[in-house]
Design a protein around this ligand. Structure first.
Ligand code: ATP
Length: 507
C-alpha cells in the first residue's frame, strides 16, 4: 500500500463524498491544513475517542481524566521550552517559492537511499529463492554496505547539526547531497531559519494591558500544571496516570497531507507518573500496551511498526513511535516518550511552587518521572480509513467500494431498510428502528432500490443492513446482510440485537 498516491486521492475524495471530512471554509476556497468532520466523520471520530478513553481511564484503576483549557498562562510555554525551542528548521526554494522543512528534505533523501537497499534485497531474494538469507545479504553485499554507510553518515551529520542548532550545516548538507526542490527541480535555496510553530494571540481588550498568549501546541502541559491538583484531590498514589484529549495547534511549515498534518488537530495523551529509576520499565510496559490497543481494533500487525528515535528530544531518555502504513508509507501515528522529570521540574522552578510526591514507602519527597503516550486522533482516523477503504470487483462483474471499518468504530451499526415504500413496510421498519436506536446508532432509509441502498451503507462502513419485506409482516423475520461478505440470512426480529452486539465486541 505504501506510496500509493492514487489510493490516497481516492480516500480523500471518498471521505468528502460520504460526509466524513470536508475542507474547512470550503465556500471561501478552504483554509490550508484545516478540516471539518462531517456527519459520518464525527461518529467515527467519537467512537475512536471513546475506545481510547475507555481503554485508558475506565479500564485502569490508577488513571484518571482531565480536561484542561486550551489557553494557558504564557509562562507554561516558557518553562516547557516551547517559546525558545518549539521550532522547525525551514528553507525556501527561491524558484518555486515553496517552503520546506529542511530536516524533512534530508530525511526524504535518506528514505530514497533506504528504498534502494530494499530494492536490492528484493532483487536478490528473487534471484536466490528459498536459499536467500536476508540478514547475511544485508551484512555482506558491497553495494548495500555502501548505501548503508551513506545513510549512517547523513544521519550523523543531520542529527548532530540539529542537536547543536547549526543551521548553516543543514543548508550545506542539502547542497552537498544535491537535493532539489520537488516542484521546480532547482537547487536555488535560501538559508535555513527557525520557524516557531506556536500560534499566538492577545488576551484582554485593547484598553487593558493585553498580554500575548499561545494556543496550546500539545495537551500534555495542561496535565503537568495540574499534577498537584489531581494527585491531591484524587488521592493518587504513584504510579498513576492522567489522561486528556483535546485540540492542539501548530503552525506547521509543510501541511499538505490531508488530515495527517494539520494546523488544528486533536491529541489523546496520557502522562504516567512513576518513581525515578522505574521509568524505563514503565516505558516498555506502555510501549507494548499501546501497540496492543492498535491491534485490538482488528487491523493487522503488518500495518504497524515501531520506530526508535534516532535523536532524543532534550527532555527524553527513551522514545519510540508507533508508525502506520499510510498511503504515503510508514509514518508516525503515536509517540511513547520517557520524559524524565523535565517538565515537572521546569514548572517547579519557574512557578516557585513545590511540585513533588511524598512517597510513603520510601519516606521521602521526589519529583516524579513521566512516561507519556501521545497519539493523534486525526491520524488514527486516517489510519482506520486507509485500512478500511477497499474497492472490490464482485462476482457479477459489478464493483463496490466498501469501508471495512472495525464494526465497533463504524458510524452506524445497522441500517433498517423497508424493501419498498408501501404496504406497511416503512411502518414496520420504523418500529424496528425505534426498538434498536437506544442501543445502537441506526440508520433508516426508504429511498431508491435496495441494491443502491446496500452500496451506500457499504461505502460508510455499516456492518449490517436489516431489510423488512412482506414476509416480515407475516412471520416476524427480516433479512440481515453482512457488510464484508454480503451474506444474507433470514432471522427473527428478536435476534437482531444480539447479533449486532456480538459483532461489536473487540478482538
Ligand atoms: P511529526 O514528527 O509528524 O511532526 P511530532 O513528533 O511532532 O510529529 P508529537 O509532538 O510527538 O508529534 O505529537 C504526538 C502525536 O500528535 C503524533 O504522533 C501525531 O499523531 C499527532 N500530531 C502531531 N502533529 C500533528 C499534526 N500537525 N497534525 C495531526 N496530528 C499531529
Amino acid at each position: 500500500m505504501a506510496n500509493n498516491e492514487d489510493l490516497f486521492k481516492k480516500i480523500i475524495a471518498h471521505a468528502k463524498e460520504y460526509g466524513f471530512i470536508f475542507q474547512s471554509s470550503e465556500i471561501y476556497d478552504g483554509l490550508s491544513a484545516v478540516y471539518d468532520y462531517g456527519h459520518n466523520g464525527v461518529e467515527l471520530k467519537n467512537n475512536i475517542k471513546d475506545y481510547w478513553w475507555k481503554s485508558m481511564v475506565q479500564y485502569h484503576d490508577n488513571i484518571v481524566g482531565l480536561d484542561a483549557a486550551i489557553f494557558m498562562h504564557p509562562k507554561v510555554w516558557k518553562a516547557s521550552g516551547h517559546v525558545d525551542a518549539f521550532s522547525d528548521p525551514m528553507i525556501d526554494n527561491k524558484d518555486s517559492k515553496k517552503r520546506y522543512r529542511a530536516d524533512v528534505l534530508v530525511e526524504d533523501h535518506i528514505a530514497k537511499i533506504e528504498g534502494k537497499i530494499e530494492k536490492e534485497t528484493e532483487k536478490a531474494a528473487k534471484r536466490f529463492g528459498d536459499t536467500f538469507d536476508g540478514e547475511m545479504f544485508l551484512a555482506t553485499n558491497p553495494r548495500v554496505s555502501e548505501y548503508q554507510k551513506q545513510v549512517a553518515s547523513i544521519k550523523e551529520k543531520l542529527y548532530s547539526a540539529l542537536e547543536d542548532n547549526r543551521l548553516a550545516d543543514i543548508k550545506n548538507l542539502i547542497e552537498e547531497l544535491g537535493i532539489v526542490c520537488p516542484l521546480s527541480g532547482s537547487k536555488n535555496w535560501t538559508d535555513v531559519r527557525h520557524f516557531n510553530l506556536m500560534f499566538s494571540t492577545q488576551l484582554g481588550s485593547l484598553s487593558e494591558e493585553a498580554s500575548q498568549i499561545y494556543l496550546r501546541p500539545e495537551t500534555a502541559q495542561g496535565i503537568f500544571v495540574n499534577y498537584l491538583n489531581v494527585q491531591k484531590t484524587g488521592r493518587m498514589k504513584i504510579p498513576f496516570g492522567i489522561a486528556q484529549m483535546g485540540k492542539a495547534f501548530r503552525n506547521e511549515i509543510v501541511a499538505r497531507q490531508f488530515i495527517f498534518r494539520m494546523r488544528e488537530f486533536e491529541q489523546m495523551e496520557m502522562q504516567f507518573f512513576v518513581k525515578p529509576g522505574e521509568e524505563l520499565t514503565w516505558f516498555e510496559y506502555w510501549k507494548n500496551e499501546r501497540m496492543k490497543w492498535h491491534l485490538n481494533m482488528g487491523i493487522p500487525a503488518s500495518e504497524y511498526r515501531f520506530h526508535e528515535h534516532d535523536k532524543l528530544a532534550h527532555y527524553a531518555n527513551a522514545a519510540f513511535d508507533i508508525e502506520f502504513n499510510f498511503p504515503m508509507g510508514f509514518k508516525e501515528l503515536e509517540g511513547i516518550h520517557s520524559r524524565t522529570d523535565f517538565d515537572l521540574s521546569a514548572h517547579q522552578e519557574l512557578s516557585g511552587k513545590k511540585i513533588q510526591y511524598f512517597d510513603p514507602e520510601e519516606e521521602k519527597n521526589y519529583v516524579p518521572y513521566v512516561v507519556e503516550t501521545s497519539i493523534g486522533l486525526d491520524r488514527t482516523f486516517l489510519a482506520v480509513l486507509t485500512y478500511a477503504w477497499n474497492e472490490e470487483k464482485l462476482d457479477d462483474g459489478s464493483e463496490r467500494v466498501v469501508l471495512r471499518i472495525p464494526p465497533f468504530l463504524a458510524p452506524f451499526k445497522a441500517a433498517i431498510l423497508p424493501l419498498v415504500k408501501k404496504d406497511g413496510l416503512p411502518e414496520k421498519a420504523l418500529e424496528i428502528f425505534d426498538g434498536l436506536k437506544f442501543d445502537f446508532m441506526c440508520f433508516y432509509e426508504d429511498k431508491d432500490s435496495i441494491g443502491r441502498r446496500y452500496r451506500r451503507q457499504d461505502a460508510i462502513g455499516t456492518p449490517y443492513c436489516i431489510t423488512v419485506d412482506h414476509q416480515t409482516l407475516q412471520d416476524g423475520t427480516v433479512t440481515i446482510r453482512e457488510r464484508d461478505n454480503m451474506s444474507q440470512d433470514r432471522i427473527e426480529i428478536s435476534k437482531i440485537r444480539d447479533i449486532i452486539a456480538h459483532r461489536l465486541k473487540r478482538q
